[in-house]
Ligand binder design. Sequence first.
Ligand SMILES: Nc1ncnc2c1ncn2[C@@H]1O[C@H](COP(=O)(O)OP(=O)(O)OP(=O)(O)O)[C@@H](O)[C@H]1O
Length: 237
Amino acid sequence: MSNTENPFIIELKDIHKKYLLKHAVRGIDVQIKKGTIVGLLGPNGSGKSTLLKMMAGLIYPTAGSILVGGRKPDVHNKQHVAYLPEIDHLYGWMTVKETLNFVAGFYKDWQADKAAEMLVKMELDEHQKVRNLSKGMRARLKLIVALSRKVPLILLDEPFSGIDPSSRAKIIRSIISEFQSEEQTIVLSTHSVNESEPMFDDVIFLQKGQIHTFDSTENLRATYGCSLENIWEKVYG
Ligand SMILES: Nc1ncnc2c1ncn2[C@@H]1O[C@H](COP(=O)(O)OP(=O)(O)OP(=O)(O)O)[C@@H](O)[C@H]1O
């Protein structure tokens, strides 16, 4: 993935995804600019996880075209894309340290220094077994796993779920301060609109598998004259 010419890291054209009984994504067109942090917002079942999984190359659209870094995403995507799934994908029998060493073995781009630094910032005990971590502590470990990679695209599905609001705000501040906009793009879904607002350059509001609104946070605030959380109320209330 190069940073030349194409300003977009993700290009979706008329994307549809049908599961057996559900038309989950219904014609999404979106282009995500390199170097931005984009919030994917929407109520339960609006299609956020489905979209992120398609961007990650884990599932394929039923129709439409999707390009990530100029190529169709597939199983090889994980070499260029860090993906934090909504589900708990860590092994309970490993310690925190073993988990990080295990993950480090998969990726050439793993930044051990960054992982060690975040471990301290997020106040995780490296000797603790994953199964004994609280939900919020596990969520922090998942974030470290995703954010310690040096990749052009990071996809985070509900990364703050289970983390208490004050820790969430602290973690978000550290994501903002460490974000390298010259070489990275982050797309993340969340229900924590209030704390996440300072992080977002652009926001996508999804509704029933379609885009309700896609704009910069700045334009949205100017247009609606209120915070993202209040806009959420107006869109979905
Ligand atoms: N594997 C699947 N098989 C069938 N239906 C699915 C599957 N995965 C998701 N769906 C359905 O597709 C729709 C979109 O689901 P998705 O998980 O993408 O939404 P979401 O916005 O991420 O929701 P949440 O905020 O609850 O995580 C929902 O109606 C869901 O029930």
